[in-house]
Design a protein around this ligand. Sequence first.
Ligand SMILES: *[C@@H]1O[C@H](CO)[C@@H](O)[C@H](O)[C@H]1NC(C)=O
Ligand SMILES: *[C@@H]1O[C@H](CO)[C@@H](O)[C@H](O)[C@H]1NC(C)=O
Ligand SMILES: *[C@@H]1O[C@H](CO)[C@@H](O)[C@H](O)[C@H]1NC(C)=O
Length: 370
Amino acid sequence: MHQYMTSQTRGQTFFSLFSKGQSNSRCRSLRSYVICTVFLLLFLCYYIIPNEMSASWAITVGLLLPEKLATQTINASLNRVSAVTSAERWKPPEPYYVAYPYKYNLVLNEPEKCQKENPFLILMVPVAPSNTAARDTVRSTWGSERLVGDKTVNVLFLLGLPTSEDRETLQQNLLQEREKYHDLIQSDFWDSYYNLTIKTMVMLEWLSVYCQNASFAMKVDADMFLHVKNLVDMLQSAPKQNYMTGLVARNAMVIRNPTSKWYLPKTVYSQPLYPPYALGLGYVFTLDLPEKLIKAAQHVKSVYIEDVFLGLCMTHLGIPLTDPPDGSLFNVFPVQYNRCRYSKLIATTTHSMRDQVEFWKDLQKPGPYC
Ligand SMILES: *[C@@H]1O[C@H](CO)[C@@H](O)[C@H](O)[C@H]1NC(C)=O
Ligand SMILES: *[C@@H]1O[C@H](CO)[C@@H](O)[C@H](O)[C@H]1NC(C)=O
Ligand SMILES: *[C@@H]1O[C@H](CO)[C@@H](O)[C@H](O)[C@H]1NC(C)=O
């Protein structure tokens, strides 16, 4: 994934090459002079080659190196990838490429949210910057349930940068929305489908910095119906660390049909099966995991399917996913509304925002559920 090298690594590549040449020939004979001249030329070229060309140049240097040395060099540059910062923006060199690990900055933040409210559970909702309607729907339904028994629940929305033509207006509106609700976290990557992995990683980074004291976090899509009380009830008896649950997919086949929304080419992920992963519509985890997952992500090739990527990181960490206590709690297909059924589940997709609002309102009404 990370084909470029840092200038430091390139420097090392050169010097290991140079000192090897020096020890073998001491530049005495004419032949040695020629070799030395070649090295000198290489040296000069190396340092005058403009930045744009250095990636391909590094490959050329790599070809001259013994394979083992080259691998080590590439490995070293991979391990150092998290240190590559702000110098310049890069564009994805190939489709399905994810610009992560990379340092993104927060544009909108609520740094004191967790400190002030000390939540037991924090709900993190990824949503497109322009989708105010979805945010308002969440705020008026399950997002309004801030206290369950003595447990505080917080909701934050995760945004990237708007990509549309009217982005300046959109950003202005977001500033107003922030003043009103104080529930927006925005980072400086382009908000797009293929950047959802970045959004998830920024979420984990945010949690590890600003919300370590919460017990649980849930990533939940804005178009879900969520039963907050049932969720909190389940979590009261859940493990306190190394815990991630939701609808866990096991032995799922990788989709190789290029027209699918979830297509992954073999060049990006070669295994035929995905690792176990919790479906992205809603997964819950303990707050010790964000830091571990961020570390793992430095070593795992990123894929744009965010939940699969977290599954890969969990596999890397050797932490198994936990199935929910009951298979009907999390639902990937919209469950038909029925007061009794909905009073027992935790999360389900819905057909529309209107459904989401109606089901939630109906469940608030007093009276028996079943
Ligand atoms: C690459 O780096 C990792 C972590 O530092 C190390 O465990 C591994 O052995 C290295 N691989 C090679 C081929 O040098
Ligand atoms: C986290 O909780 C501990 C113990 O309750 C407290 O001392 C600490 O200040 C809290 N940290 C934050 C960032 O809220
Ligand atoms: C993802 O965001 C990065 C950083 O803003 C950007 O360079 C890249 O083009 C985006 N990718 C897609 C597919 O939108």
